[in-house]
Design a protein around this ligand. Structure first.
Ligand code: NAD
Length: 358
């Protein structure tokens, strides 16, 4: 790869240390590949391949996927896009930070057993065409018994790490309580464990709508040298002018407030991403992308946010957008088992819903 080809890498704040078993510099924004699995509607694979190549050639180093996204379709598509990427092929494998997940395979299909985890990682390696994964996250652990996750999935991943197939072990969930509990259980388990997970992937909890991850969990994790990845700065499409997909689990009041916020700008995604990059305390923010236009807009937004100088019309929109979001700020929604949820952060009607579904 020619020197300087990757453009933004030398910008202050673009490369950030992601702590973990293996601390590594990663880009301030990462490429979320769930859209490549059709999670947000059809993704054209030719355009996706160009987007992946554009992302890497412009300096994005972290790519995230999961066997859950499109039942393997995202991993397969990302594998093909990586293999086709000229900029990637001209670079050493060490310039890429590739993440996938284990444990979640469908909307209600979970398996955190050691055997399933092992099989899943080998399937991911084959789909992605790589000899190792930089990180494997235990996916949406709030849907499982956390004791089971720490006693089965975690040791299986540690074994895979010893064998060289996995470099860092992470955990993802929506409720902060589930993440906190998982870390504390993992720490307490003395039976042949090597320690806590290296990484925490939190989503929809560090953006224009909700900053609870930065306030309530990130500082504690950072003090323990756990690397933090922030996903969904656009709140899974809520903070875009196109609006969220039909499956979006947010309460209607949040959807309405975001719709009202979109009336203040024709680039709500730009406002949301700039604001998120300036405020988040995570090392990397994962944005779901499927086109070169999205890649370019998001990299440009991140660069602007890091420089502290926003395009004036977007800076002007921020206060109107924030006013619309104020009444629903910090509102979250139930996810997974009742015992793993953030009861103190849920509205009464949502608590009732959790118990009804328990
Ligand atoms: P997101 O907030 O990044 O929003 C993605 C949506 O916004 C997509 O529809 C995308 O096409 C659109 N978009 C992106 N850039 C845009 C732009 N500039 N203008 C307008 N629209 C734009 O949500 P996400 O994709 O769910 O989150 C990012 C990534 O984080 C995922 O792809 C996945 O890799 C990861 N993630 C992990 C978990 C988990 O582990 N439980 C949960 C959520 C997300």
């Amino acid at each position: 790869m020619a020197a300087g080809q990757r453009g933004v890498e030398e910008r202050p704040g673009w490369r950030r240390a992601l702590p973990g078993r293996e601390t590594k510099d990663v880009s301030a924004i990462g490429f979320g590949a769930s859209p490549l699995g059709g999670v947000f509607g059809h993704a054209d694979e030719h355009e996706a391949a160009l987007a992946v190549d554009r992302a890497f050639s412009r300096g994005i180093s972290l790519f995230d996927t999961s066997p859950f996204y499109g039942s393997g379709a995202s991993e397969q598509a990302l594998g093909r896009c990586l293999a086709a990427s000229e900029s990637m092929n001209a670079s050493p494998r060490s310039s890429l930070y590739l993440c996938s997940k284990v444990g979640r395979y469908g909307p209600s299909s979970f398996d955190f057993s050691g055997e399933a985890v092992r099989k899943s990682v080998f399937t991911s390696l084959a789909r992605l065409g790589t000899a190792y994964l930089d990180a494997v996250h235990m996916h949406d652990v709030e849907f499982a018994d956390l004791n089971h996750v720490t006693r089965s999935a975690l040791p299986a991943l540690e074994q895979l790490r010893r064998e060289g197939h996995v470099r860092n072990i992470g955990v993802s969930a929506l409720p902060l309580s589930a993440l906190r509990k998982l870390f504390s259980l993992a720490k307490k388990d003395e039976r042949g464990r090597e320690g806590t997970p290296d990484l925490c992937l939190s989503y929809c909890r560090s953006n224009l709508l909700d900053s609870s991850f930065d306030q309530l969990l990130q500082p504690e994790l950072a003090s323990k040298h756990v690397g933090c990845i922030n996903a969904s700065p656009l709140a899974m499409g809520l903070l875009t002018n196109a609006g969220p997909p039909s499956w979006h689990p947010a309460p209607q009041s949040v959807k309405d407030a975001c719709g009202n916020a979109a009336r203040h700008t024709d680039n709500l995604a730009g406002v949301a991403l700039r604001s998120c990059i300036q405020r988040t305390r995570a090392s990397c923010t994962l944005v779901g992308m499927r086109s070169r236009d999205e890649v370019d807009s998001n990299i440009d937004a991140a660069i602007e946010a890091l420089s502290g100088k926003w395009q004036s019309e977007l800076a002007h929109s921020l206060s109107g957008v924030e006013t619309e979001l104020d009444p629903v700020r910090g509102m979250t929604w139930p996810s997974g088992l009742a015992e793993n949820n953030d009861f103190d952060l849920l509205a009464q009607e949502q608590r009732d819903e959790l118990y009804r579904n328990a």
